[in-house]
Design a protein around this ligand. Sequence first.
Ligand SMILES: [Zn+2]
Length: 349
Amino acid sequence: MPAKGRIAQRARIRKTFTGESAQHAQEQLLSSAELIPAATDRQAALESQVMLSLGGGREYWAHPLGIASVLPFKNRIIIILDGATQSYGQPFEMNLHAAQLVLPYAEPEIQVNGVIGLRVSGMSGRDLSLTHLERGGEVILRGVKGTRWHEILSELKDNYREAGLVPLWHLDKQSRHEIDHENAYRKIVNYGTVISWLGSGLLRRVALWHTASTAYTTSSWKSDGDWVFELDSYYGIGNDHGKFLSLLMDAKWGIDLKVEKYTCECKAPWSSSPYHMKACYYYLTNRDSSIPGRLQLRFRTLGPAYEVQDREQFLEAGAEPSWVDRVYPALRKDEKASTQSSLVSRRSK
Ligand SMILES: [Zn+2]
């Protein structure tokens, strides 16, 4: 295969992992020997902590976790955010949602929320640059067109202060709140950095949750040392966890993961019951057993008796209709008509 064709083919593969444009992927592949560059240690630690925070919550969004794509470089990463998310049925700006999740603020005498030690290092148009006070690194949150981070952060600061909370993301040294919290919850605070290979590896391949998964919703949280991702799919859509896993663990493109153990109900006799939620759990660890961190993937399929919900909320959060059609059971004709009209009436309000 000619070199040009090989690069173009690699760019298409890289796009399924990163979500970036094929052109950007191609430019990067021409300038670096790495297919998806691995972050330096300090950079990986920052990315892992940001990924852990961004992955929290359970919302409706255009792309799982509200991340449309990433542009990974050795010493920094650009995270392209979705425009909106939905929270309890209400549209919510993804920029603000992301800022609330990652930027540290204190509830005095109680705890610090967000990433301890994370600081805003710059704002330029729709880019918000973040770094860690002690370890450095650079994560850029890129909002949709028209995003004004200055306004978002100044409003957030005012709201926090009004509520008796203390914003910390602008301070040039570690605050007393952060030091106290770190001393009290060292293990929890350091979790993201201990498993930085996993957090950074996942962030740099975040588009897989969109391109290689059939889940209509993906949620993530930390539980007893495991990083859990729950991927819920509807019956009849197919829940090809084999495909997802093979890409995530691919020797050239994926992360250094091996299956430690798993349970699969795909062929279990009870899985054909309409009321059953088929659950296939995979526990993945680093191929090098001495490296800590375990990823728990819960592939769940809701039986046909489960009510199909929320299609419209994803569309309203800006999800591509083609993706919604891929992850939701086909609409009947009458449902199609009512969806169209209710979307039109909501948008014209
Ligand atoms: Zn299975």
